[in-house]
Design a protein around this ligand. Structure first.
Ligand SMILES: Nc1ncnc2c1ncn2[C@@H]1O[C@H](COP(=O)(O)OP(=O)(O)O)[C@@H](O)[C@H]1O
Ligand SMILES: [Mg+2]
Length: 348
């Protein structure tokens, strides 16, 4: 756990970049610092590994004041990832990833084996290992940056706007990769971004900072969306707060109709005006009975209510087709069911 206890950073020119900050970044979780440019995110992050020292207050790493730990020792346990990866241009990818193991005096073979293993972990083709950074795309370089930070298996990872410089599609895949990795690795991650959507997607908890380095709110994403602390947070969260909040409501609250599905073999003629979903022998959705119209699906219980609503909006029938995790139809969520779930969600 990383604890900020009334931490203030005043730069030599008198500028207060971080003002009396207190918060806890839990072990094994992703804590996101988000806020507009210049609000003190980078300063806050760098005080953890002592690239910057706090002026007042204390930062504790698992209970020990970081100022009592000498920086090289401290940094051995802290991986650091920055925007545009910051790779060494004249070193091959494999050697970039092995940077810290080399510094720690690992044997060359062991360090390289570890690097190869990590490249695979972050989703890179092992063939990339022999290339130089300029021979990789921005997204690939960013993956190498993550692999490098993980090389010596540090318990803590600090990430400063790591995905800000890549295009939106690559960014989405990097975010998903990080969540997948984190599910395996359980690092204590402090992640800085100015993008509130990224914060909400990645954070177990999100600290919203305002200019002047003041903490505006520290809460789980779901709470930020439902109970923003003030106008600044509300505005920073932007529009669609209500819809976005549905991402945190489980679709398992939807009551499904199982009488609205028919198997292809038993399909009779058209029924009055109900939309019936035809299901194949192996349980997969085929289409609406006698209506050549689109349908939308979601995974019941796994996807959010937002995903179910989206599926309904993509279906001409206005109802969403519920699947299990292997893609088999488990029922249909009608407008009525969606309506009930939405009003329950609105009531909290
Ligand atoms: N070395 C410095 N001396 C004086 N002011 C600085 C220094 N470094 C950063 N600042 C100021 O501190 C504020 C916070 O900076 P920073 O932590 O980099 O913000 P962010 O990462 O949120 O964009 C900014 O206004 C910046 O200009
Ligand atoms: Mg910054």
């Amino acid at each position: 756990m990383i604890t900020f206890d009334s931490v203030t950073k005043r730069y030599p020119d008198g500028f207060v970049a971080v003002d009396d900050l207190s918060l806890e970044a839990e072990t094994g979780q992703i804590t996101v610092l988000v806020g507009p440019s210049g609000c003190g995110k980078t300063t806050t992050l760098r005080m953890i590994n002592r690239m910057i020292d706090a002026t007042e207050g204390q930062i504790l790493l698992d209970g020990s004041d970081v100022r009592q730990i000498d920086p090289p020792t401290l940094r051995r346990g802290i991986g650091y990832v920055i925007q545009q990866a910051g790779l060494f241009p004249h070193r091959k990818i494999v050697d970039n990833v092995a940077t810290v193991p080399y510094l720690l005096g690992w044997e060359k073979k062991k360090a390289r084996d570890r690097a190869m293993e990590l490249l695979e972990r972050v989703g890179l083709d092992p063939k990339m290992a022999q290339r130089y950074p300029f021979q990789l795309s921005g997204g690939q370089q960013q993956r190498v940056g993550v692999a490098r930070a993980l090389a010596a298996d540090p318990p803590v990872l600090l990430m400063d706007e790591p995905f800000s410089a890549v295009d939106p599609i690559v960014r989405t895949s990097l975010q998903e990769e990080l969540l997948r990795l984190q599910a395996e690795l359980n690092k204590t991650i402090v992640f800085v971004t100015h993008d509130i959507d990224e914060a909400i997607k990645l954070g177990d908890k999100v600290a919203v900072l305002r200019v002047g380095g003041k903490l505006a709110q520290f809460a789980a994403p779901k709470t930020l969306l439902s109970e923003p602390a003030d106008d600044f947070v509300r505005e920073f969260l932007g529009r669609d707060r209500g819809i976005r909040r549905l991402s945190f409501v489980s679709s398992s609250y939807l009551k499904l109709r199982t009488d609205l599905t028919v198997t292809s073999s038993s399909a009779a003629g058209p029924s009055d005006d109900a939309w019936l979903m035809v299901v194949s022998e192996d349980g997969k959705p085929v289409g609406w009975l006698d209506r050549d119209e689109p349908f939308g699906t979601y995974v019941h219980g796994k996807d959010s209510l937002r995903a179910a609503l989206d599926a309904a909006l993509l279906s001409s029938s206005g109802q969403a087709v519920a699947l299990d995790e292997s893609g088999r139809v488990v029922g249909v969520a009608t407008r009525k069911a969606l309506d009930e779930a939405l009003s329950e969600a609105a009531d909290g």
